[in-house]
Design a protein around this ligand. Sequence first.
Ligand code: NI
Length: 183
Amino acid sequence: MALLKIARMGHPVLRQPAEMVHDPLAPEIQGLVADMVETMEDAGGVGLAAPQVHESRRVLVFRVPAGRAETAESGEVPVTVLINPGFEPTDPRQDADWEGCLSIPGLVGKVPRYRRIRYWGVGLDGATIVREAAGFHARVVQHEIDHLDGVLYPERMADLATLAFTSEISRQAADPADTPTAA
Ligand code: NI
């Protein structure tokens, strides 16, 4: 296992659509995922997509910490690996909330995302995962899948006036659960 270098906004790998993985069980994919989980945890993030570690493949990892599980239906989610993932909204409504990104350190912005989605992908064991998600859980998955399509959250922002330094927003947050997390 190894910590991987995280690409920052401006690096072309973050703008490039990532390639499908043909064999999720290949040792190189298994190794990449192990390193991505280690890198995400070391960086204190809640999600990481392979292009963020300079691997243009459709692989992402994420987790929903207990502190961010605001409703029972979006409860705590342990580290999850999705290979070749996709999603569809199950409710047309979107909510705007804070998002950060490990590739855009120090900044956050309010990003509209679908409130409820169904998402799918292949797990590390090769089995298909299909889940319903809401709230923060749904937000993280949408953020990470965007990375696989070369999209960063500022492009999704409806109001660039909400772009802010994380330290300023954290200082103003009454509830620590409102502190933005990076993905
Ligand atoms: Ni990100």
